[in-house]
Ligand binder design. Structure first.
Ligand SMILES: NC(=O)c1ccc[n+]([C@@H]2O[C@H](COP(=O)([O-])OP(=O)(O)OC[C@H]3O[C@@H](n4cnc5c(N)ncnc54)[C@H](OP(=O)(O)O)[C@@H]3O)[C@@H](O)[C@H]2O)c1
Length: 272
């Protein structure tokens, strides 16, 4: 076992953002566990990283939508050598909710929400016990688009869950010396778009980031200790202002009585 940085388990490492994370983490000196369904691609990536960097790279083929495979990955995450989980595997189903195949909608929510939560839940106790380690959750800027959804409402909502889960879990784990970073990429040039039936080349190209730039920026945010990283956001104080506005609501969102505008007395006086 690598006594330095330990081992990072990366889900969705066969392509796109996950494959770049694997590359960058290997170059930093992490040993790797590479998880996805396409074993041939994982084997090719592992062989390249072993020869180029000298780290250990293990392939763990798993369909995370399959309960037995998910348990296999959870078991690997409970090993003592694990110091990082990159919760990256995800999918996007595009289109209006009322036209969406409910089975595909459910499968997306299962992978983006349930699987990511289960994997974080599996790794967190060991990291907390050892007072060491990090969880990186790949969410998306769609998490904060609210009533202006992009790709699909369900996709945005699944990533909003992951952002909320990351922020809350970070509060729980920080006292144990464990950090949780949520990464919110904007449009990133990967196969996710084509798989979702969308043409990335039809988008204005000034909103499309190359995958290597996205991951390098996210890791720069990680190095700076950020809990939420939005790689494209020029001014980080815009995110701080968003959080401050949210926090300002907190003293006033639970009271014994409803707000004055909802009170019966006011309704009666309005109707008179
Ligand atoms: N691209 C963007 O514009 C963008 C923007 C914001 C956020 N994101 C997020 O970034 C993450 C990575 O996406 P990407 O753009 O890199 O997409 P991608 O190129 O389609 O890669 C997705 C990865 O997830 C794996 N995967 C999918 N279903 C899986 C399953 N059931 N079990 C195991 N692995 C599975 C795929 O591997 P196999 O097919 O080999 O299983 C692949 O390695 C996702 O969570 C996505 O929501 C992407």
């Amino acid at each position: 076992m690598n006594q330095g940085l330990g081992t990072a388990l990366v889900t969705g490492a066969s392509a796109g953002i996950g494959a770049v994370y694997a590359d960058r983490l290997a170059r930093r000196g992490y040993d790797l566990v590479l998880v996805a369904r396409d074993e041939a691609k994982l084997n090719a990536l592992a062989a390249r990283l072993i020869s180029e960097t000298g780290v250990k790279a293990e392939v763990l083929r798993a369909d995370l939508a399959d309960a037995d495979d998910l348990r296999k990955v959870e078991t690997r995450l409970r090993s003592d050598d694990i110091t990082m989980l990159v919760n990256n595997a995800g999918t996007a189903v595009a289109g209006p909710t009322i036209e969406m195949d409910p089975e595909r909608l459910e499968a997306m929510i299962h992978l983006n929400v349930v699987v990511a939560t289960r994997l974080a839940r599996a790794v967190a106790p060991g990291l907390a016990q050892r007072h060491r380690g990090d969880i990186i959750n790949i969410a998306s800027v769609v998490a904060i688009r609210g009533d202006q959804p992009a790709i699909s409402v369900g996709y945005g909502a699944s990533k909003a869950y992951l952002l909320a889960f990351s922020e809350g879990l970070d509060s729980e784990l920080t006292p144990y010396g464990v950090r949780v970073q949520a990464v919110l990429p904007g449009v990133t040039r990967t196969d996710l778009w084509e798989k979702g039936g969308l043409d990335i080349n039809a988008l204005p190209q000034d909103i499309v980031m190359e995958t290597s730039d996205m991951v390098d920026a996210a890791l720069a945010g990680f190095d700076q200790g950020e809990r939420v990283t939005i790689p494209a956001l020029p001014d980080v104080s815009d995110w701080t202002a968003f959080k401050t506005a949210r926090a300002a609501l907190l003293p006033n969102i639970s009271h014994r009585l409803p707000a004055e505008r909802y009170s019966r007395r006011r309704a009666d006086s309005v109707s008179q």
